[in-house]
Design a protein around this ligand. Structure first.
Ligand SMILES: Nc1ncnc2c1ncn2[C@@H]1O[C@H](COP(=O)(O)OP(=O)(O)OP(=O)(O)O)[C@@H](O)[C@H]1O
Ligand SMILES: [Mg+2]
Length: 359
């Protein structure tokens, strides 16, 4: 899958941009505040229907406009080219794929899978467990087709159970959803475990190269103690759940712990190490995506040069050059990024929201 063309209207400072990237690597340069991150953010928005920088839609719509518009042409891996379009005003969202309205974000994400590495990405490590669950779930979602609906069922049962707990319903009523929770939880946990086991060889290979002589471990905690049955736990802990007004155990409490030489990656390593680690986590996710689906995804790398020292930068570029992804990199100056390893490449320059093709 790759992006052939993206027409942007009124997305942040990009008032009118016609972007025609290549299938290999696209380098976007420009001074501070020219609109580089905004360009990547627009691509990301088209896939996720949310930004990696802000939860507020009003931040994304150009200040002098009432709506933004993104119209893309993508080459799906099924040998066809289809249009994708988004129109977003402050209170209305319209999404179309191949001229048909799209109702679920899952559908557009499937058509147009996009991963991003950006200056705030280290929060994947330092932030809440939710972010790490989302990391795992992105991968599972793209490999297992019914994962999304199973998650939806789990979420519905969980919120109904929590509502019953909060409104102090009797035990029998609160337990009505236990079976559904248990069934969905078992499925979610199995698929998450399988996905992480699939990622492990990619992770180990890169970690050996980037964290020489160090031990880096990634440990998945499923959200309830090993060797206990969730259905029994739901029943036995019901009184505590009732006191707290929420369900304490289940895949909604899963966690991915990362340790470097026995130290928690959240608190015990440097920011540069965290950034490297997050980059590796995204790279392996893209690699595994290609292997398991036979499709390519898009990888956005915002501010690659600013993120890493030159040794790490070179190493990352070497890994990127071997990957089957459509790549978008931003940098202040072209000299910071060595693209010599790529056969298919194009350079762009942004100046005050205007995009120019360089070669
Ligand atoms: N909703 C908006 N409407 C208009 N302009 C906006 C909006 N949101 C942000 N901007 C402006 O867009 C400009 C481009 O921001 P962006 O973050 O894309 O720059 P950048 O090229 O990535 O810069 P840097 O090198 O500093 O990361 C900034 O000047 C910002 O103030
Ligand atoms: Mg930027």
């Amino acid at each position: 899958m790759h992006l052939l063309q993206l027409q942007i209207q009124d997305f942040r400072n990009l008032r009118k941009v016609n972007f025609k990237p290549v299938e290999g690597v696209n380098l976007i340069t420009g001074v501070n505040a020219s609109g580089k991150t905004s360009l990547l953010e627009a691509i990301y928005y088209l896939s996720h229907l949310r930004s990696f920088r802000t939860p507020q839609i009003t931040d994304l719509i150009n200040r002098q406009s009432s709506q933004l518009q993104l119209v893309a042409r993508i080459n799906t891996d099924y040998e066809n080219i289809i249009p994708l379009g988004i129109q977003r005003s402050r209170n209305k969202l319209e999404v179309r794929a191949n001229h048909q309205p799209i109702k679920r974000v899952a559908d557009i994400a499937t058509l147009f899978p996009v991963l991003a590495i950006h200056p705030d990405s280290y929060k994947l490590i330092t932030g809440s467990p939710l972010q790490r669950r989302q990391y795992i779930d992105w991968g599972v979602f793209h490999v297992e087709h019914n994962y999304y609906s199973v998650w939806q069922r789990y979420k519905r049962a969980l919120s109904q159970r929590n509502a019953a707990l909060k409104s102090r319903q009797n035990n029998a009523y609160c337990s009505l959803w236990d079976r559904e929770l248990f069934d969905m939880a078992t499925y979610i946990d199995t698929l998450r475990g399988k996905y992480l086991a699939n990622l492990a060889p990619y992770f180990n290979e890169l970690v050996t190269e980037f964290f020489k002589g160090q031990t880096v471990e990634m440990m998945y905690k499923r959200g309830w103690p090993e060797s206990t049955s969730l259905i029994e736990l739901l029943q036995n802990e019901l009184h505590k759940d009732r006191m707290k007004g929420l369900t304490q155990y289940g895949p909604h409490r899963a966690e991915l712990n990362i340790k470097v030489d026995g130290q928690s990656a959240q608190t015990g390593i440097s920011r540069g190490q965290q950034k490297t680690l997050v980059a590796l986590l995204r790279l392996i996710q893209a690699q595994q995506f290609t292997e398991s689906t036979g499709r390519n995804c898009i990888l956005l790398y915002d501010d690659l040069a600013a993120e890493l020292d030159s040794n790490h930068r070179q190493k990352i570029l070497k890994v990127l050059a071997k990957m089957q992804v459509q790549l978008f990199i931003t940098a202040i100056e072209a000299e910071q990024i060595d693209l010599s390893a790529w056969a298919t490449k194009k350079m762009f320059h942004v100046e005050q929201g205007q995009l120019k093709d360089l070669i």
